[in-house]
Design a protein around this ligand. Structure first.
Ligand code: ADP
Ligand code: MG
Length: 302
């Protein structure tokens, strides 16, 4: 189990994390979300022992994670960290990068392991390509494969799919998270993407103003967003004087009701239109199967 006990940290004067505590069970998948600059990357680096804490302690099982002041070499065998900017060896192949830290003692097992890892990140066809010739997204996948090569107990991922295009992202995400669950690898993911969280995380931690604003199951936080920041992470929402926070899909057009609005714009979203309307001076968004003429008077219901 990972235990974070009252940690505080600042790079200079401004406090980035202020007395934060949480714990993560072995095999659990936890997302860290929050606005840019809220401290997601900093938190992952602290968990990795990259900086010294101002206050507090971090434990993995019974071992304390200590910063560089107490440790000659940052990092541990049981923990791997994939940074937003990944650090690979450009002049050797994808396979060689993935196998860089695997033992040469059992060459056949090593090759089999590399093959399995390349399948997880869908890079089998690029096994022999030099890393310097890869796209940003492909490099990110090599970094992921290398991080899981020696099967860590805990994996820290900083926006792991940020460079990967939508074609690849969906299947890669399913492969990787399924693999981690099968191997019972604990995983902490800093992300901006609700799809990383809703389908794959057991829990999400929301950072805001140096504190943990929420720590709960994605389903609970989605269904009962306590505030606008949390609702906005999940999608288009309204904050109506009369009804509080409502997602766009919770409002629908009806024949008659006491919520009268005037349509302003229809945005095409593929499987539906997002309609922007004026409700007594408040802007509301709702979903509708078709485009609606601007200026049309309509009625809404929840
Ligand atoms: P996030 O990953 O949520 O976008 P970060 O952890 O990168 O946030 O940054 C949190 C805060 O710390 C920001 O205000 C950022 O400017 C600051 N910060 C990040 N890295 C450094 C650094 N190496 N030195 C000084 N300030 C930093
Ligand atoms: Mg970051």
């Amino acid at each position: 189990m990972l235990q974070v006990k009252n940690i505080s940290f600042s790079y200079n004067k401004q406090t980035v994390l202020d007395s934060i505590s949480f714990s993560v069970n072995a095999g659990e998948h936890v997302s860290i979300i929050g606005e840019s600059g809220s401290g997601k990357s900093t938190l992952l680096k602290l968990l990795y022992g990259a900086y010294d804490l101002n206050e507090g302690q971090i434990f993995w099982k019974n071992q304390e994670i200590l910063g560089p002041k107490h440790n000659l070499v940052v990092g541990h065998e049981f923990m791997k960290y994939v940074a937003q900017e990944f650090d690979l060896m450009p002049f050797i192949s994808v396979s060689e990068n993935v196998g860089a830290f695997l033992s040469n003692f059992y060459p056949e097992e090593k090759q089999a392991r590399i093959k399995e890892l390349l399948e997880v990140v869908e890079l089998t066809d690029d096994a022999k390509t030099k890393v310097k010739n890869l796209s940003g997204g492909q490099k990110q996948r090599v970094a992921l494969a290398r991080a899981i090569a020696k099967q860590p107990e805990i994996l820290l991922l900083d926006e792991p799919f940020s460079h990967i295009d939508n074609f690849k992202k969906q299947s890669l995400r399913r492969n990787l998270f399924k693999y981690l669950k099968e191997k019972n690898i604990t995983c902490m993911v800093a992300t901006h993407d609700k799809d990383d969280v809703l389908s794959f995380s057991d829990r999400m931690i929301v950072l805001h103003e140096a504190k943990i604003m929420a720590n709960g199951s994605p389903k609970d936080l989605y269904e009962n967003p306590q505030n606008k920041l949390i609702a906005s992470f999940f999608g288009e929402f309204n904050n109506l004087k009369s009804h509080g926070i409502l997602y766009a899909h919770q409002l629908k057009l009806v024949d008659t009701s006491n919520l009268k609005a005037t349509v302003k714009t229809s945005y095409y979203k593929g499987s539906y239109y997002l309609i922007e309307a004026d409700l007594n001076g408040e802007i509301v968004f709702f979903e509708h199967p078709n485009q609606i003429e601007n200026g049309l008077q309509i009625h809404l219901a929840i």
